[in-house]
Design a protein around this ligand. Structure first.
Ligand code: FCB
Length: 448
């Protein structure tokens, strides 16, 4: 294995998880229901009817999980705070036992020398807010800011690094446009207000975090270079349209204070749900931009009359795929970091890879060891891809592996295993995989 180039001094290494995917304990200590509880309870929505009622039982086993982070030598840990634990109805007084859990988690992380990096919204909206329209309702943005203030009030004396939202594009597309994730709406382009209200929520929450003294605030988006199927003009335009929807719609307003032109989507002129002053709130300065990267997206011009969208997605040929079927193309990570750097110039804050990882269902061998060489190869190649971007001028400050633990992978239930640590979902036993040891060694080598 060729050596991994040294990342700059102070580069942050760590892992990421999210509340609904690992915590379990969905009915405990006053937690309210979330849209994901309702979705998992709906037959046919999650593969094999899996639910996250127990998940990794992290709610009760967080000390063991923090010990794993210490053993890994992680600098940082990105987790998410479950809004329905803190405000069971999404509004009103805080639920003290819910906040107390995150208080204990933060203390345990700090004791272990691991920087806590909470994300305030990783898709588990309180169901009571969904009943009022969810992110299609502008009011949800204001409620999100109030919730952010409550969390910052409790944790802000120890937490310095905050992330407002996780992947608002996926949440809009899968949750509101295509119905593959909670809350399960199939509104297609009518889902767009869910983009704007999430971004408004990001802006308002950023202001609330600042008011509470937060020194470092980020937004995490997913980024995927849009690769034209061919060199044809039609495919190139289709790729540009996809990039507008996936990347620019969620980045231009935040960094440039303007929405991209959506004429190609039949949306000429001002967007009716954008009110005066919204863009000023959305472009509140941030200290870093979170980049979640898994793979690039191949895009082709649509067959006339087949889709209301100005693009179609296509498969890459002759590439390795993970067990999720996602193509393994590490150069796409270099590309996405460099495209952001080139396209946003001085408006771009430092970048953080807040998620990167792969699903491989490597079973334990007879000796109990999990020899997940495919994950090791994936991680090494992607860390090199980050180093290549840094060499070419991208300002990248950290890299967080998705995920610390095998966990509840949304509509796939427990079928996709992304963890550095294997979880036996019958016994909840944790077993670090070979990739865990390799990542620990990589972190140690980088510090030397
Ligand atoms: C990302 C999500 C994360 C996880 C990975 C595999 O889109 O943010 O929760 O499901 O994909």
């Amino acid at each position: 294995m060729a050596a991994i180039p040294r990342l700059p001094e102070g580069f942050v290494w760590g892992t990421a998880t999210s509340a609904f995917q690992i915590e379990g304990a969905v009915d405990e200590d006053g937690r309210g229901p979330s849209v994901w509880d309702a979705f998992t309870a709906t037959p046919g929505k999650v593969r094999d009817g899996h639910t996250a009622a127990t998940a990794c039982d992290h709610y009760h086993r967080y000390e063991e999980d923090v010990a794993l982070l210490r053993r890994l030598g992680a600098d940082a840990y990105r987790f998410s705070v479950a809004w329905p634990r803190v405000q069971p109805d999404g509004t009103g007084p805080v639920n003290e036992p819910g906040l107390a859990f995150y208080d204990r988690l933060v203390d345990a992380l700090l004791d272990a020398g691991v920087t806590p990096m909470p994300t305030l919204f990783h898709w588990d909206l309180p169901q009571a807010l969904e009943d009022r329209g969810g992110w299609l309702d502008r009011d949800t943005a204001h409620r999100f800011a109030a919730y952010a203030a409550a969390v910052a009030d409790r944790l802000g004396d120890r937490v310095r690094h905050w992330i407002t939202l996780n992947e608002p594009f996926e949440h809009m597309a899968l949750g509101y446009a295509l119905g593959q994730h909670a809350p399960g709406h199939t509104y297609l382009l009518d889902a767009l207000p869910a983009a704007h209200h999430q971004l408004l929520g990001h802006g308002l929450a950023t202001a609330a975090l600042r008011a509470a003294g937060a020194p470092h605030v980020m937004l995490t988006n997913s980024y995927t270079p849009a690769i034209p199927y061919s060199g044809s003009k039609a495919d190139t335009e289709a790729a540009r349209a996809y990039d507008t929807l996936h990347r620019r719609l969620f980045t231009d307003p935040v960094l440039l204070g303007a929405y991209p032109d959506l004429d190609g989507f039949g949306l000429a002129g001002p967007l009716p749900f954008v009110k005066d002053g919204d863009l000023d709130r959305i472009k509140a300065p941030i200290d870093g931009l979170g980049v979640n990267y898994y793979n690039p997206t191949r895009v082709t011009a649509p067959e006339p009359g087949t889709t209301p969208l100005p693009f179609e997605l296509a498969e890459f040929e002759h590439v390795n795929t993970t067990d999720f079927g996602w193509p393994v193309i590490p150069s796409g990570l270099t590309q996405t970091l460099l495209e952001l750097t080139a396209d946003y110039g001085p408006a771009l804050p430092p970048l953080w890879v807040t998620e990167n990882g792969c699903s491989y269902d490597t079973a334990p061998d007879a000796d109990g060891r999990i020899r997940d060489q495919a994950r090791i190869d994936y991680l090494e190649a992607h860390v090199k891809a980050v180093a290549a971007a840094v060499e070419q001028g991208a300002d990248v400050r950290g890299y967080l592996v998705w995920s610390l633990l095998d966990n509840f992978e949304w509509a796939e239930g427990y079928h996709q295993r992304f963890g550095l640590v294997h979880v036996d979902f019958a016994t909840l036993e944790r077993t670090p995989k070979d990739s865990f040891d390799r990542y620990a060694a990589l972190i140690a080598e980088q510090r030397r």
